[in-house]
Design a binder for this molecule. Structure first.
Ligand code: NAD
Length: 497
């Protein structure tokens, strides 16, 4: 049985722990590997390797840093099919979507390789007589990342490339549910030339995460995962004086206006609700049908029935399995609650049968109508292929409903009206806004910008904001005297003379 290694000081090493968890294929229940829960000493060893490496890495020229990431993007590109295969085996999503998972991370690596234009300070000439002021963006030191199960390629790649290319060193704690593709990406990073100690990986759960939050040497933590754990990480990291950014849970609403392009809207809505079996933080889990767009429900339901539920490796699959038996139990439990609490179950995915994969964690597309605030299926994040339908008389009412929900991760409007789209963009209180785009995850020159209960910390995990997150601004005010400068005597004022 393969045991997933730790990666400390440039070496793949076996943990000395007695505590392991199985990595399980969600379509077959085959145990693919065992992942160790690292000991406290191993976390310390990773941090101290990162701390030692920082001494030289922080002074490594920008061009040398950038070239490693140029090489890294090439290696990821060459290995994308194999990375996707590993990802599908341990996480379940379809091979095409797994490739998308790697590709969206690859885009961040490409962006990291243009660091020369990103980590620029400011300069002001002659702010006083012969005085110049300039600011420099210096790396913080050892930073850490904690990632969720649902994007085991993209989300680690949101984190360590931008942290490292800005001159920091890094300790990554991947999801214990699917660490294998992440480790393959770490192997490729090593091959690309990231020096020993600059990137380190420890595995584990609550104890390792708490050790990272408390570690006095770690300067900043980037977390992506559930609201419950993210809030804990944020508070604990701040209590020990760290910077933290926590991208957390969601309940993403779409507004469907009656003037929307019907075919495009229904296709986009279903792709975003049921793709990745609903296990995306940007999945559309609620659709608010405005006015006559409610007449499209029968077509929405019949289209949903055409989606193929199967193993992610099946050539024609649309919806793969949920990540674990626990997730299966939670999602089917929500569907039970939805019916008990009075929502109308228009399509029930609980009893889906997948020939050849009878042990898979499958739930088919599920649609509830007449969903109301106060119902568990609306108030909580289901993280499964369940779409809740609600109704509004007009756009204002729909916007009010979304702004009343505590989450602010993503949202979308479907309309052909520029005026409606612009009103939505202005008045909606959500971080990521799509206009006829169902999953508006920003490309890396912009930042991921969840708001309200979906995010803690001011700065996003990539884009311009992440340069600010991973650097400390130092402002230098400098004067050099010409030999013939005439002294004006002692200056006892605050003014620069
Ligand atoms: P999770 O919160 O269970 O796990 C995230 C990380 O925290 C993992 O590395 C895990 O090992 C660790 N962890 C788990 N329990 C812990 C505890 N008690 N104490 C300390 N650490 C703990 O999340 P998940 O189930 O892996 O991922 C799904 C969640 O992530 C969803 O809520 C989803 O919306 C969210 N998510 C958010 C974004 C975003 O950008 N906002 C992106 C992806 C996923």
């Amino acid at each position: 049985m393969q045991v997933v290694p730790l990666f400390i000081n440039g070496k793949f090493v076996q943990s000395k722990t007695q505590n392991f968890r199985d990595v399980v294929n969600p379509a077959t229940q085959e145990v693919l590997a065992k992942v160790p829960f690292a000991t406290k000493d191993e976390v310390d060893a990773a941090v101290s390797a990162a701390s030692e490496a920082f001494k030289t890495w922080k002074k490594t020229p920008i061009g040398a840093r950038a070239r490693i990431f140029l090489k890294y993007q090439q290696l990821i590109r060459e290995n994308i099919k194999d990375l996707a295969k590993t990802l599908t085996a341990e996480q379940g999503k379809t091979l095409a979507d797994a490739e998308g998972d790697v590709f969206r991370g690859l885009e961040v690596v490409e962006h990291a390789s243009s660091i020369g234009n990103l980590q620029l300070g400011d300069f002001a000439n002659n702010v006083a007589n012969a005085v110049d002021t300039y600011s420099i963006l210096q790396p913080l030191g050892v930073c850490a990342g904690i990632t969720p199960f649902n994007f085991p390629a993209m989300i680690p790649l949101w984190m360590f490339p931008m942290a490292i290319v800005t001159g920091n060193t890094f300790v990554l704690k991947p999801s214990e549910q699917d660490p294998m593709v992440t480790m393959r990406l770490v192997e490729l990073a090593h091959e690309a030339g990231i020096p020993p100690g600059v990137l380190n990986v420890v595995h584990g759960g609550e104890e390792v995460v708490n050790a990272i939050c408390d570690h006095p040497v770690i300067k900043a933590i980037s977390f992506v995962g559930s609201t419950r754990v993210g809030t804990h990480v944020y508070n604990r990291a701040l209590a020990s004086g760290k910077r933290a950014q926590c991208m957390m849970g969601a309940k993403n609403h779409a507004i469907v206006m009656p003037d929307a392009n019907k075919e495009q809207t229904l296709n986009n809505l279903l792709g975003a609700a049921f793709g990745a079996a609903g296990q995306r933080c940007m999945a559309l889990s609620v659709a608010i049908l405005v006015g006559n767009s409610k007449d499209w429900i029968p077509e929405l339901v019949s289209k949903s029935k055409t989606l193929k539920v199967s193993s992610g490796t099946d050539a024609n699959v649309d919806v793969g399995p949920l990540v674990s038996k626990d997730a299966l139990k939670r999602v089917t439990g929500f569907i039970d609650k939805g019916t008990n609490e009075g929502a109308d179950l228009l399509l029930d995915g609980r009893d889906v049968k997948v020939v050849g994969f009878e042990n898979g964690n499958f739930v088919g597309p599920t649609i509830f109508s007449n969903v109301k605030p106060g119902m568990s299926i609306y108030d909580q994040e289901i993280f499964g292929p369940v779409l809740c339908l609600m109704f509004a008389d007009n756009l204002d009412q729909a916007i009010e409903m979304i702004n009343a929900n505590p989450n602010g991760n993503g949202t979308a409007i479907f309309t052909q009206s520029g005026a409606a789209a612009r009103k939505f963009q202005e008045d909606i209180d959500v971080g990521q806004v799509g206009i006829n785009v169902p999953i508006p995850v920003p490309v890396p020159m912009f930042s991921f910008t969840g708001s309200r209960a979906s995010k803690l910390g001011d700065l996003g995990p990539y884009g311009k904001q992440v340069i600010a997150f991973y650097t400390q601004t130092k402002t230098v005010t400098a004067r050099f005297f010409d030999d013939n400068t005439v002294s004006t005597g002692v200056n006892t004022t605050i003014s620069l003379k």
